[in-house]
Design a protein around this ligand. Structure first.
Ligand SMILES: Nc1nc2c(ncn2[C@@H]2O[C@H](COP(=O)(O)OP(=O)(O)OP(=O)(O)O)[C@@H](O)[C@H]2O)c(=O)[nH]1
Length: 529
């Protein structure tokens, strides 16, 4: 069964962290590390949110665990582990599966899990019988990932499903994103935790076109993941059985997508295409058997697994300060609180004291889990569950950020951002009300000033104080958070923990939405208030 990203969910992939069951040592962690002050306009992005929360307000006071090693020792250990991973072991990577509704994302992943031995024969048969029983037989593979009753009955993915699989050289955490536009915030949440993307498109006549047209999720998902910093994409052209494995249709789809991918900021060398048939399992791990004969007549390239196996893992910045944006909180009676999220820099270890921002509270890390395994420490890039003690769980919220008490993330209510405007109908004006997304934080904001429009190629200012920003514009703007209603009556503007992109790429990305539509993505240049 797939893991869900819900509050009680288990942690996703081990990325850049101690191996499963590792007994390695741990330690303290307060950092004043290296910073990388380069802004890459191509890497514009923002971060995701997760709306799932399982709240039960109670805590138990506990004796905080002791830290065992000095921070330098942990860093040394983390570096050594990453070196081993880079040379001999499987490299960890997380992959978000994106694409228009019904493209076959869940079916593809369910079948792939089966082909790779992660979904056993018994579960497969149970899913077949169960899906047949409610007249959804064609979704039996998707049941491997779509775990909730509502998802199964409706035949759609609503929240991110977490799974992991192994190829010969990669340990991959799969984040299966919903295709339906109503669940874009959940999709953003998944993409904000991913290193690379698998785009699934439906080759059926008319279906590829409706997914790719304006308003289709193929375009929006690609733009969103690129804006979130995902630079590698594999495009699986699925359901080719519906067009008799036509080579012309496959090539037509690739030719349509290539220019859009380049325009969206994906380098051609980091964009791969692969023809597949998810239901029949064709070209996932191989092309044996009669079913694949038509494809084998014209295709001799890599399988999907071949491409997954050479995905390039991201660089893990373990020497920068620890930042953990909280994507989920689980507060259980008598069990304290657990939070999950991806480490955006640094290392964390059991026994470490962390500050929760915004706010004045601190917590102590009682335990760390990666993929259900307890580990003594975790490094940048890992998706973790942190069990916390010495804090009233009421102070832990989705969207808050954990960091070392001596190296705090700035709190901002006003900042300057460079944004790229998406394909919008209604221009953005000064004073416009928008929704700001930063990791799992979603707050009301105003574009208080339109400072300038920028040439995307040269980075030069085209116009200062523009009246409006229209589609595809690149611009510098001032964004100010608006007050939100607190506790029924009083109104307060709550600062968010955010950093400039030059200091921490993962902490400096924003996404701007309006009326349920994503209108721009950007990076934070400067915090001004
Ligand atoms: N003919 C054919 N049908 C397929 C193939 N792959 C998936 N389907 C069908 O496409 C439909 C949608 O599949 P899903 O896997 O639920 O699609 P999805 O992209 O995960 O859908 P959402 O998550 O709701 O966006 C189901 O009826 C599948 O049986 C394929 O290779 N060939």
């Amino acid at each position: 069964m797939a893991q869900r990203s819900a509050a009680s969910s288990r942690a996703p992939t081990p990325v850049g962290s101690p191996a499963k069951g590792s007994k390695r040592a741990h330690s303290v962690g307060i950092s004043t590390p290296l910073r990388n002050p380069s802004v890459d306009q191509q890497s514009l992005d923002m971060a995701g949110l997760n709306l799932n929360e399982n709240v039960d307000t109670s805590s138990i006071p506990e004796e905080p665990p002791k830290m065992n090693l000095a921070r330098e020792k942990v860093l040394e250990e983390a570096k050594r582990m990453l070196d081993v991973e880079n040379t001999t072991g499987k490299k960890g990577i997380s992959l978000v599966v994106i694409g228009h509704v019904d493209a076959g994302k869940s079916t593809l992943m369910g079948r792939l899990l089966y082909e790779l031995g992660r979904l056993d024969e018994k579960t497969k048969r149970v899913n077949e019988r169960g899906s047949d029983k409610i007249g959804k037989g064609s979704f039996s593979w998707a049941w491997g990932l779509d775990g909730t009753t509502e998802e199964r009955e409706r035949g759609i993915t609503m929240d991110i499903a977490l799974q992991s699989l192994e190829t010969p050289h990669r340990q991959i955490t799969i984040l299966d994103a919903p295709g339906h536009k109503d669940f874009i915030p959940n999709m953003i949440s998944g993409a904000s935790q991913a290193d690379c993307a698998l785009l699934v498109v439906d080759a059926t006549t008319g279906e590829f076109e409706s997914g790719f047209q304006k308003g289709g999720q193929t375009r929006e998902h690609l733009l969103l993941v690129r804006s979130l910093g995902v630079a590698q994409v594999i495009v699986a052209v699925n359901k080719l059985d519906q067009v008799e494995w036509s080579r012309a249709r496959y090539e037509e789809i690739c030719a349509e997508l290539r220019p859009f991918l380049t325009l969206s900021g994906f380098q051609p060398s980091k964009t791969k295409f692969v023809p597949v048939g998810a239901i029949q399992g064709i070209n996932l791990t191989g092309r044996d058997g009669d079913l694949a004969a038509q494809l084998s007549e014209w295709y001799s390239g890599p399988t999907l697994v071949d491409l997954l196996d050479v995905l390039v893992p991201p660089v893990r910045d373990i020497s920068s300060p620890l930042r953990v944006p909280i994507s989920n909180v689980s507060k259980r009676q008598n069990l304290g609180a657990s939070v999950s999220g991806r480490l955006c820099g640094g290392v964390v270890q059991v026994g470490e004291k962390l500050r929760v921002l915004p706010g004045d509270e601190t917590a102590i890390v009682k335990g760390i889990e990666i993929e259900d395994q307890s580990v003594p420490w975790a490094a940048s890039g890992s998706n973790v569950v942190l069990h916390l003690t010495s804090i009233d769980p009421v102070h832990l919220n989705i969207g808050s950020v954990l960091c070392p008490p001596t190296d705090l993330v700035p709190l901002a209510t006003t900042f300057i951002a460079r944004i790229i405007v998406f394909d919008i109908q209604v221009p953005i004006t000064a004073g416009a009300s928008v929704e700001l997304f930063h990791h799992s934080c979603d707050v009301p904001a105003t574009t208080t000033k339109l400072i300038s429009t920028i040439d995307r190629g040269t980075g030069k200012v085209i116009k200062t104080n523009p009246r409006v920003l229209t589609k595809n514009a690149s611009a510098e703007v001032e964004i100010t958070l608006r007050s939100t209603q607190v506790a029924g009556s009083t109104s307060a503007t709550r600062a968010i923990a955010i950093e400039s992109f030059a200091i921490n790429k993962d902490m400096g990305r924003i996404l701007i939405r309006r009326g349920g539509e994503t209108i721009a993505a950007g990076v934070v240049l400067d915090i001004t208030g």
